[in-house]
Design a protein around this ligand. Structure first.
Ligand code: SAM
Length: 336
């Protein structure tokens, strides 16, 4: 089964600029290098705009493309061009971005494995008045990527922290999903292990918001199966290879997506799953209350677990508290 966006033609090669397409000969005929009616060309306007971007000393959190290099912002380019150093996850990945745009700033690795050493070194540079840009391999740094601790350390040291916004797969997928955008919850990557994944989904089941998950192709089918089971038949979308040549957004209810990806070969590329909010504030059944309580009791005490589940389900707090006590006692008996 192949589910495609309703009313949309299947995306095919050539529909988009690929990640390594640059504005070349095609640009001249597109009115980019030649002005439509006298005046400044787009290229000239870009050049003058780039010159006006002020980049002060401090830590600059710079979003970079999630596939299509043309998505880089002018401010990102100006910041990266003027930075004394670019802190990046992988110098090979950011090296490609650097050469694509003729940047020369020194690259310094900053990732989960060297943060304890590299963090203080970066803070030292910032205290010396340098401009340091933090980027991740793709998209917005800190969003399922390193940087959170570095930002905390910079703020604590009184250093200016500046956001240079741009692409992020989460928002790109949300807006293309066709699902409600007024309230959404970004849940990052779901746990790889099934039990932990289902516990995480139990917590999210009653959140009245569109849910956004990052997922790897290898786990997509299994995660969709759990999503369908724990969240029910709500509308959803799988966004793959956004902004790239083989970009695809499939929109269908979760069980249909689960069945489709369960029957197909493992897809290639990068993936975001978006699931719509619960249809209406549902009256949670006893099973759902138990499931949520069990998940919550693994992380917190009876009082907080009951309060959270009562709020999420709309059930009476007193009843939920009594049930939480019973489940806690059952679990203790089971352990003994
Ligand atoms: N910081 C990044 C951002 O702002 O989007 C996300 C980094 S996270 C380590 C990488 C995950 O983002 C991928 O596994 C995938 O779930 C999602 N992702 C990144 N690029 C994508 C793309 N072009 N299309 C779909 N999903 C993408």
């Amino acid at each position: 089964m192949r589910i495609l966006s309703s009313g949309a033609a299947p995306p095919g090669p050539g529909r988009r600029f690929g990640a390594d397409d640059h504005m070349g000969s095609r640009a001249a005929s597109d009115g980019i290098a030649t002005p439509a009616s006298g005046g400044e060309t787009i290229v000239e306007a870009i050049r003058s705009k780039l010159k006006t971007v002020a980049v002060e000393p401090g830590l600059h959190l710079v979003a970079t493309p999630i596939g299509n290099l043309a998505d880089i912002t002018l401010r990102a380019l100006a910041t990266l061009a003027r930075a004394d150093a670019i802190a990046c996850e992988d110098t090979r990945v950011t090296g490609k971005l650097r050469s694509a745009f003729g940047l020369t700033a020194k690259l310094i690795p900053y990732h989960d494995h060297n943060a304890a050493r590299a963090g203080p070194e970066i803070i030292g540079r910032l205290k010396d008045g340098q401009i340091v840009a933090l980027v991740s391999d793709a998209g917005t740094p800190l969003i399922s990527d390193p940087g959170y601790r570095l930002v905390g350390a910079a703020i604590a040291a009184g250093i200016d922290v500046v956001s240079v916004p741009g692409p992020s797969a989460a928002l790109a997928a949300l807006v293309a999903s066709g699902l409600p955008t007024d309230r959404f919850l970004f849940a990052g990557f779901l746990p790889a292990r099934r039990a932990a994944r289902r516990a995480a989904l139990a917590e999210l089941a009653f959140v009245p918001a569109t849910l956004i998950f990052y997922e790897s192709p290898n786990r997509l089918a299994a995660s969709l199966a759990d999503l369908a089971e724990m969240l029910g038949g709500r509308p959803a979308a799988v966004a793959r290879e956004l902004t790239k040549l083989h970009e695809e957004v499939r929109r269908a209810p979760l069980p249909m997506l689960a069945a489709a990806y369960g029957a197909e070969a493992t897809p290639k590329g990068e993936i975001v799953i978006v699931a719509g909010p619960p249809a209406a504030a549902p009256e949670a059944g006893d099973d759902a209350v138990d499931r949520l309580l069990r998940a919550a009791l693994k992380k917190t005490g009876v009082r907080d677990a009951a309060a959270g589940v009562a709020a999420a389900t709309g059930r009476a707090r007193r009843d939920v508290y009594a049930r939480a006590l019973a489940l806690k006692a059952e679990a203790a008996d089971g352990d003994g």
